[in-house]
Design a protein around this ligand. Structure first.
Ligand code: BGP
Length: 485
């Protein structure tokens, strides 16, 4: 599959495309037997830069959400109605020349409560239709098994990933979809941005609001461990069920730079980076890295290992490593090392500009990231998210989003440099080829797409799809395999 084409081109067969998540595009939150998910109970943020809204679920707000049968306060329930527009949307992806489309399967469409004895056939059929549509245009699916949601039933019953029981529930789901879609899907990912489990609910499905930071840390890292084991078991299942398919992990990569050349700052940056790369260290190398022993001891975190966990992790590393890339951060020895790992809350870099939401833009950092990760792991890499959230204006039926083109061009140029440096790069799925609901703020107006969707923050609009300027630009990028930027 991968053929190096040194020195300045992207390899032949490079997978160009875009990425979305079920809970941000599908809508149809209560259609065809789908159960409620953790994403369906997240209220719209009051503050448009609020990163924490997706985790602000406590027992009280959960009760309110469960009783609410509307989508008024829960925009992820409505998405952009991909559930009913998938043919039109995939046709537009095909028009741009997509080679790959990354999307997630909503677990609660297949197992509405997470632990039924038999799967929901209507849910399986929906993804059959999506796969058929992609096959029509020779677009490879890249499927995320868990993208920021799980059946809310498992939160209520066992506090989500905080419980080991969730491993078996998840792996029943993965076995069903691997068997059902065998031979039709070459690329799978287990957990989207698994490291954001350290932020809480949206990734762990465990309600820990109101606990002390120490208790939260304990619950979150244990949830991570349970996801590691579930991911390794899924890897084993896939390799047995469909030996031609490949499976990867997925990290929200955030490179940390030292604030100054003072060696103590360099150590602080290295430590912050280790905390970010811990996740891929485990999933790619199959064991916990030594530096985490010290970290856990210093923070009084105790990870409960099942009898066979170490062996399962060791025997089932991932085939490739994928990550999202939005920004880098800066730290110094004077700052709290933990804060440096948080998106948009780390130190500012005076050399970089930022988006309307304060995310610092660092194309060169993508090259640094790719080069370092290739050195560290020597496994194929896949950039599965990168993009610019911006306020777009629709004028006379057009969106002139030159700023988005600039952003993507600069990042793709740096990817090309990394490929020339020798990095094995499988592909690039930019985030949000079609406008969708923002993860962090649940807003519609934070747009990423090549395709504009006529819907506002309150859910009003025709849902009409409109090609932006960037749509035509990306088409030319793909047609020229990244030569014509
Ligand atoms: C990543 C998530 C996506 C996505 C993206 C952009 O962290 O994997 O789900 O939404 O970030 O973030 P936002 O929507 O908050 O702008």
């Amino acid at each position: 599959m991968y053929k190096p084409d040194y020195p300045t081109k992207f390899p032949e067969g490079f997978l160009w495309g875009g990425a979305t998540a079920a809970n941000q595009v599908e809508g149809a939150w209560n259609v065809d037997g789908k159960g409620l998910t953790t994403a369906d109970v997240v209220r719209k943020a009051d503050n448009r830069k609020d990163m924490a809204s997706a985790d602000a679920v406590d027992q009280e707000s959960l009760k309110v959400a469960l009783a609410d049968q509307t989508d008024t306060h829960y925009p992820k329930r409505r998405g952009v109605d991909f559930y009913h527009h998938y043919q039109e949307d995939i046709k537009l992806f095909a028009e741009m020349g997509f080679k790959v489309y990354r999307f997630s399967i909503a677990w609660s469409r297949i197992f509405p409560n997470g632990d039924e004895a038999t799967p929901n056939e209507a849910g399986l059929k929906f993804y059959d239709r999506v796969l058929d549509e992609l096959a029509k245009y020779n677009i490879e699916p890249l499927i995320t098994l868990s993208h920021y949601e799980m059946p809310i039933g498992l939160t209520i019953k066992q506090n989500g990933w905080a419980s080991r029981k969730t491993i078996a529930d998840f792996n029943r789901f993965t076995e069903v979809v691997f068997k059902r879609y065998r031979g039709r899907v070459k690329y799978w990912l287990t957990f989207n941005e698994i490291n954001t489990s350290t932020w809480g609910f949206h990734e762990t499905g465990a309600i820990d609001a109101g606990m002390t930071p120490e208790q939260q840390m304990q619950i979150r890292y244990q949830s991570v461990h349970n996801q590691f084991v579930a991911s390794a078991i899924a890897t084993k299942q896939l390799h047995t069920i469909d030996p031609h398919a490949q499976i990867g992990c997925m990290l929200a990569r955030q490179q940390t730079y030292p604030k100054t050349p003072n060696p103590v700052d360099v150590v602080a940056a290295q430590q912050a980076d280790d905390l970010n790369l811990f996740f891929t260290d485990v999933q790619a190398r199959g064991e916990y890295p030594e530096y985490m022993n010290r970290y856990f001891a210093e923070h009084h975190v105790h990870i409960e290992f099942g009898e066979h966990d170490a062996q399962v992790l060791r025997e089932n590393p991932v085939d490739f490593i994928s990550f999202s890339y939005y920004m880098t951060t800066v730290t110094s020895a004077n700052e709290d090392g933990n804060a440096a790992g948080n998106m948009a809350t780390g130190g500012r870099n005076p050399y970089l500009k930022e988006s309307d939401w304060g995310w610092q833009i660092d194309p060169v950092g993508l090259r640094i990231t790719l080069d370092e990760m290739w050195d560290r792991y020597r496994k194929p890499l896949f950039v599965v998210e990168n993009g610019l959230g911006a306020v777009d204006k629709l004028e006379d039926g057009h969106v002139h989003d030159g700023y988005r083109i600039d952003y993507l061009r600069q990042h793709i140029e740096q990817m090309r440099e990394a490929v020339s440096d020798g990095v094995q790069l499988m592909g690039y799925t930019m985030w949000g080829p079609i406008d969708l609901i923002s993860f962090s703020t649940s807003e519609m107006s934070k747009r990423y797409g090549f395709i504009y969707v006529d819907q506002d923050d309150a859910g009003h609009g025709t849902l009409k799809r409109i090609r932006k300027d960037s749509f035509y630009w990306y088409k030319q990028v793909i047609a020229s395999n990244g030569a014509d930027l």
